[in-house]
Design a protein. Structure first.
Length: 83
């Protein structure tokens, strides 16, 4: 088994890149998919106008809130008291 040793700066850079990847995977990619699918499908076959990226963001947040309020996904934060 091979072991890699990182200094603190390399570890911070690695964690920042990992965080940006997770942000892209869970936020940016769905917003781009909503925007693309609305503009390519819905606006061509109906009389609804195309949307811009911030409107796709609002649709994404609305759907996320509805999923959370319906109870499909539950977010809990627990903390233990340290004596």
């Amino acid at each position: 088994m091979r072991t890699f040793r990182l200094d603190s700066l390399a570890a911070v850079v690695f964690l920042a890149i990992l965080a940006q990847g997770m942000l892209g995977a869970f936020v940016v990619v769905p917003i781009v998919c909503i925007n693309w699918s609305w503009n390519s499908v819905v606006s061509q076959y109906t009389q609804l106008p195309p949307i811009v990226w911030w409107q796709a963001t609002l649709i994404y947040l609305t759907v996320a809130c509805l999923i959370y309020l319906s109870g499909f996904i539950r977010v809990e934060v627990k903390a233990e008291k340290i004596d």
